[in-house]
Write a protein that binds this ligand. Sequence first.
Ligand code: GTP
Ligand code: MG
Length: 193
Amino acid sequence: FKIKNAELEIVCGITSKLPNNSQPEFAFAGKSNVGKSSLINGLMNRKNLARTSAEPGKTQTINFYHVNNEFYLVDLPGYGYAKRAKGEVEKWGRMIENYLHTSRVLKNVFLLIDIRHEPSANDIQMYEWIVHQGFEPIIIATKADKLNKSQLPKAIKLIRQTLNMPEDELLIPYSAVTKKGREEIYDIINDRM
Ligand code: GTP
Ligand code: MG
């Protein structure tokens, strides 16, 4: 898998019209600060094309990154960010839902979960929503570098159990630091193009 070029092509705020792309889209959902933008940078081989931050709530728009003029990686705003006003949260929720619902070229929604934490009620809701919309959920357990080898299996088991995942569903540990898991994610994207 070779990244020839990548650019931020479309940015959608609450009031913007969603694009009507014809090339495949792959979206990345998850709690604020879980590492969505970092993962997208890792996949695009870019350091900071997608803006990241140690502070949650960095990505506040739906950002479409066009890769190789072939497909889009879609960076979604994070949910579960407490400092945000309730009305805002609802508007964003609707915006994300509206996108996931109306895109005709969305191939996959990757759901990111911090490998160190038990999935939250919001994570479970997002997971169920993905399944309900007829997408195959693919879980990416982020920040895998924060655990040592002996801690990994237990953490993965906790995520699988809490989400009640069937055994044949994919869970990929990923690290933005070591890029562990990147090839597996490329393979999934390739398979679904
Ligand atoms: P929002 O845009 O706020 O929803 O957050 P996000 O999900 O896009 O998270 P982002 O990629 O901005 O990462 C949040 C913080 O976690 C940053 O400080 C990243 O450097 C850090 N981070 C992300 N992925 C990893 C990882 O795999 N390992 C480690 N150690 N840190 C990570
Ligand atoms: Mg972000």
